[in-house]
Write a protein that binds this ligand. Sequence first.
Ligand SMILES: *Cc1c(COP(=O)(O)O)cnc(C)c1O
Length: 386
Amino acid sequence: MPEVQSPETRWSWVEIDLDAVRRNTAAFKRCLERGVQMMCVVKADAYGHGAVRCAHQMLRAGADQFAVADVEEGIALRQAGISEPILVLSEPPLESVGKLVEFDVMPSVYTQEFALALGECAAAHNKVAKYHLAVDTGMTRIGVLPEDVVEFRRAIDFHRGIECAGTFTHFATADVPGDWDFEMQRKRFDQAVGALRDAGLETGLVHCDNTPGTVLHPEIHYDMSRVGIGLYGLHPADSTRGRIDLAPVMSVRGRITRVVKPEVGTPVGYGATYRVPKPSIQIATVPIGYADGLARVLSNKMSVLVNGERCRQVGRICMDQFMFAVDVNGARAYKPTKPVSYGDVVTIVGRDGDEEITMDQMAAQRDTINYEVACDFGLRLQKIYV
Ligand SMILES: *Cc1c(COP(=O)(O)O)cnc(C)c1O
C-alpha cells in the first residue's frame, strides 16, 4: 500500500478519485453527438461520492446541467457556486416552491396543483420558474400519462409564472438489449412528445436516456442525456461492459486499530460465530461497521486486502467495527503470511497491489446492485479526495 492520507479523527474513510470522475465524465461526453447536452446526476450526494466536489469536476469535463433527488440537494449545489441548471428528479412538496424560486432550482412536475403553486410564487417575485414535465411511459413511478400530456399542459400553460424547460421520461429496462417493455416506453414517449408538438406546445429539452440508455441507445439521446452511475466508474449492468471505458472512483479503507493473537478457541464478535482455530491466527480490528455501509450480511463471507494480500473477515460485522483473521504461519487457507500491525491500511473496496475488491463483487455478495453499495458507504464515512 503506498502512503495514504487518513482522517485525523477516525481510521476509516472513503477515498474519492477526482481525476477518475473527470475521465468518466469526458468518456460520456464523447458518447454524445454535438449539441446534445449532458445532465450529470448527482442525487444522493453523488451516489455517496460527495455531490459538490464531484459536480465541480464534472463541470470541468463538460457537464451542462445537474440532476438531484430533492430540493436541499439542489440548494447545496447553488450555495457551492454552481450556476448551471439543476433539476429535481421528482415533484417536491407544495411547500417547497419558495425555495425553488429563490434558488432557481427546477422541479419535475406532474400535478396541476404544484405547477400552479410554483407559478404563483414565481409571479409574486416577478420571476418565471422553469420546470420539466415528467411523463410516465411505463415505469409507473412518476409523471403524467402520455395520453394526458396535452390536456395537462393546456390546464397550466396560461400561467405566466411558469415555463416548460424540458420533457422527459425514465426507462425501467434500458439496460436489457432488445427488451419489449423498453420498446413500448420509447414508443409512448415519442407519441407524447409528438402530441405536444402537434398541439403547438413548447417541450423544452427532450430527454430520456440514463447511463445504460446513453451507452446502448444513442439513437434516442434527443436533446440531453442524464448520466448517473457511469460517472462514478460503475457499470449499470453487464450489458454496458466493453461499450465504454470507466475508471472506479470510490475506494473504502480503514486502518487496523488493534491486533491480538488469541488462544485457540477464543470467540470473535457478537454471537461468537467464529472461534480462533489455531495458534498462528492474528485477529485485527478495523473501525468500519454496518452503520458505515458495510452490510451485516457480509459477516464471515467477505475478504479485505492488507499489504496487497487477501484476508478473511471473521465474526459478525458490528455497527462501527469489524474483525479479520491473518494466519501468520502462512497455511495456504489463511494467506497472507506477513503479520499485520497497528495502523496498517486495510482495503475494503478498491485496489491494493495486485489485488482488487470491486463494488460489483461486494454487491453480488450482498445480493444487491453497485448503486446501493456506493450510496451506503457515502452515508457516514469521511471522504478523502485524491
Ligand atoms: C437516477 C436517475 C437517473 C440516472 O440513472 P443511472 O442509471 O445512474 O444513470 C436518470 N434519470 C432519472 C429520472 C433517475 O432517477
